[in-house]
Each structure stands twice: as structure tokens, then as C-alpha cells.
Design a protein around this ligand. Sequence first.
Ligand SMILES: [Zn+2]
Length: 315
Amino acid sequence: MAHKKTPENSSNLAGGEFKGADEASEARLLDERIARYGVAHARSQAMLCHLREAPSQASIKTAAGLASCGNYLHFREYFTVGKVRLHSATFCKQHLVCPLCGIRRGAKALGAYLTRWQVIQEERPDLRPYLLTLTVKNGPDLEERQAHLSKSLRKLMTHRRHFNAGVPRAPWTELCRAEGGVYTLELTNNGKGWHPHCHMIVLATSQPSQTDLSSEWHKITGDSMVVDCRPILGDPVEGFMEVFKYAVKFSDLTLADNWHAAQILKGKRLLNSFGLFRGVEIPDSLLDEPLDGLPYLDRFYRYLGDSYQPASIRE
Ligand SMILES: [Zn+2]
């Protein structure tokens, strides 16, 4: 089980979470959601087996969490409005090793920031969202690469802050166009070394120049200039999802690499915000908000074999 192939589509799991969330077809999408959660849980279980093969001081607690995470899911279907809400479940909240908790965490963050964006839009219709990706060159030492990315980002943010505050001789940065932003760190490793990078939503009245950002970034990092900046067009969910998906790309990582990455990233701040996006609160609970005052049907699912199966309440 520990050597089971990582599901190909698991990097997109957080994506499906919000598709159709406001459509009456939600109830029909429940099967897809259950299947997605099943794939995620299978990977968590594979990690559990992996950790149990060679237990260490650090892995015992993690394994205990994984062992109880997502064994059952209890949904409420509000059949008069075609909505479904995840009502109860046990979560380990170890999003760096558990894709199920990763999906839920991403969905909650996505929801909170989209809500804030809607409010901002009303007040500032001149602002547009842009997706900015900043990368550092691949390398064999994850800790070194991760520290390099974090340090470089801090420098870039300091440039912005100092210029905006009128600090003498502070250099201009294209990021000064951003009146608000939220960014996360993500890790991939597809066999060519560790590749930490940053995805950022930038709110600005005009598009930051990718060319200028690239040369700024090269000056800051000394070794990296790959930067991408593009407007988020159409449904903002698509662009925002890029920022709030997993912090580690499970589908790219072997279980051993995943565990190593979790050790390095543990306790690090992986989500930051500034300006108009400052102070957005992400709910602690990984469950959905219930819909009050509407009739519902309870739907229970238990993880059996390799997928979630409907279960009766008396089982
Ligand atoms: Zn979990």
C-alpha cells in the first residue's frame, strides 16, 4: 500500500471543491465529491502505512492523527434547495501529509478570500485581480531552497512597504501597484530537485509588468528570474484556486519526499496577506456551515476498502 501510485488528479482536488457550490446541482455533484475525498483519503492511508513501516519520534503523533482522519463523513442534504453540506467528520488537520485535510483547508481559505474580494469589488470597482507566480531555481536541498524563497519574498515585500512609506532611496517595485494581496507557498518536486514557489493574488488598477518584476526578482534572488503575472479573467474562483490549493503537490511527491517536506514546512507560515486582503479570518473548522431552518436528509459514508461507501446510521 505504501508504494501505491499517487493519484494523478490529486493536485486538482481542491479545485472541484467550489465548482458549482452555488448551483442547485450541488446535490448531484455529491458523488463526485465523495469520489474525490476517497482518492485523497487513500493517499493519507498510504502515508499512514509508510510512517508505520519505520516509526520515529516525529511520526508517531502524525500517524495517530492519520489513523482517525476521515474514516467517516456525514453530509446533510438540504433537499428543498439542492444543497449539500459536510456536517461532521474527524479531521487530523495535518494538511502537509493529508490531502483530505488539505482539500478542506484550501476550500475554507478560498471561501474566506472570495467573500472578501466580493466586498472589495463593491467598494473598488477599479481594481482587478492578477495572479502572480514567483519561483526560485530548483535545488537538491529543500531547506536551503525554502529559506531562499522566503527570504527573497520578505525582501520584495519590504521594498513595497518602504517605497509606499516614502523611505528615502527605497526602490520602486512593480508590487507597489498592489493595493492588496494574498500569497501562499507551494512545493513541488518532479524528479529534478525541490521547486518551492509562491502564488499571489494581486489587486491592482493596472497590471504589474512581468518583465520588470522578473528583473527585480533576479536582483533580489541572485539566481532566479522566472516570474509569471497574468490577469484573472472570468470566474475568479479559477484564479484564486491556484493560490489556495495544496501547499505540497502530493501527486508529484513520493511518500518519503512528502514526509521530508512536511518536516521542513511544519510550523512555517505558508499564507500571508497585505493591504486590502489583510485580516481575513479563515474558520478553524474544516466542516461546512450548516443551512439553518431547512429540512434535510442525513447521508453517512464510511471508508471501506479503497473508497467511501454509503452507510446506514445504525451500522
Ligand atoms: Zn487529515
